[in-house]
Design a protein around this ligand. Sequence first.
Ligand code: C2E
Ligand code: MG
Ligand code: MG
Length: 556
Amino acid sequence: MDSEKLTKYYELLEKLIITTNDTENFSVEKINEPLAELCKLFRISKGVTEFYKSAAHEKSGRGDIFVCYDSGEGGKEIMGRRIVNESMAVAKCRVYMTNGAKPLNDEELEKVDLIMQTVLNFISNYRTQKVVERLTFYDDDGYRNIRAYIRYIEQLNEKKKLGTHTAAYFNLRHFSQINQEIGRNNGDIVLKNYYVMLEEVIGDEGIVCRAGGDNFVAIFDDSLLIDVLEILKGVPVTYDSTTSKRVTVSASTGIFRIPDGFVYEAFGDIMDKITMTSRTAKENPSDSIVFFDSKTEEGIEKLSNIRSIFPKSLDNGEFRVYYQPKTDIQTEEIIGAEALCRWEHEGKLIMPSDFIPILEQSADICMLDFYVLEMVCRDLRHRLDSGKNAVRVSVNISHKNLRDSELPERILEIVDRYNIPHNLIEIELTESTTDVEFKEIKRIVSELQQEGICTSVDDFGIGHTSLNLIREIPWNVIKIDKSLLPSNDENPHSTRNILFKYIVAIAKELGLECIAEGVETQDQVQMLKNNSCALAQGFFFDKPLPVDEFEDRLDN
Ligand code: C2E
Ligand code: MG
Ligand code: MG
């Protein structure tokens, strides 16, 4: 090759390498340009690159084909290269020459081969990156995932653009009900269509991602806030395009309008704010959209404080178990007790409502539940060893534990380690909200039942109670929530009175024990008697008591 041609070759090769290294701004046109010139330089009449996700795709011809240069004269194939990369994708390069053209000499062949290798390496890596991108930043159902959200936020932060954006966390309202009404498959379609609606409104000015189940996060340019809120407040969503069947979907939403000059250090700086406010929105039936403000900020500080001191406090034995007696209202005899946790921290007694919801956001609650179970077994063993009578004690087990496939085994391990007769232990679980949890609860309750350990459905009557829950799961006990207990002056025909009567009757029919929680007055006790609800737990009889006071009550 003469020196002029050689210089030109190196110039074009360099251009090609630079373009292929710039993956962010990559376009096929950009690499085609130097390639086309290289083809001309080497008298090539046509250059083709192919990419297939797998050998099977190659066989059936389902792939991407780029033609970098075509003189229109075709010709015969003079060289080809094929590689299979780590993820089994196939990349190919082929070059053609017209019949009359001067054939390539050895030096030229070598140089053309180097060009082909450069292109193949690039194409297969770039395509693999795309596959990897899909696996990393999308979930199995094709929704962008939380990793995509983190990346987007960090990119905005690098460009110093967070300040003009708004972040949101939202949970679809009554989505399990929608699923029940229109069926799971249609529910999936609704979920996707709702997501797409938001994607369309947000466009290139932000991102929507699924955080699991019917929970989503979004971040978008602040100028889109009104349009986005319109969708979040509630819109009809079609799930059957032929009949235009639709349901109205709205979301409980926490919003954080990121202020100018906001200092971003970690993802939690934004995520904590929106999850916290969305939780407030969820609890609030009238206002489904809640904006982050200084009050929420205090809550977050409290939250991170509790999270950080919890492990040490558990080790230090700061958690105490109190026992609230359960009473037979006819005989006034104590027939059992519920173990309730108290936190004694720096001389103050912290109540469960201040720390349980926070611990329930992570697996910390599981550690606490098992700790309480162990303390209960220890106290029971103590009492049995002293030859006194013991009553059945119930322990609250949070929903977070349902994911633990060995939950029944772990409960039994502790109970048996203290050699506690199984009939002295009861496990309280609250109602489920999702189908998956429902199945888990059913499995756990059945397994415990086989081992002679009682189970109760706690706080029955609030949340998403369904008759299925008590019909399909072999519970021993229903604990009627205090919010369903009629107050003294309540009209005997009020909904609450009727509901209460009805639940006690169903429990009886199904052969379940039934206990009313939060019984505070003599009138309420009378009301229980009138409805044949035999058992009560509440301040009228006893408050939760430290173990020695509880045992004194048992002895007298
Ligand atoms: P829960 O399981 O429904 O427990 C009953 C709650 O009602 C207790 O509140 C009890 O003190 C309260 N209570 C009992 N009688 C009356 C009454 O007559 N009037 C009123 N107004 N309240 C009454 P506590 O101890 O504050 O616990 C609150 C919740 O925290 C519990 O509700 C339970 O869900 C949770 N919790 C407590 N300890 C644990 C634990 O060790 N693990 C888990 N996972 N949750 C726990
Ligand atoms: Mg309970
Ligand atoms: Mg309860």
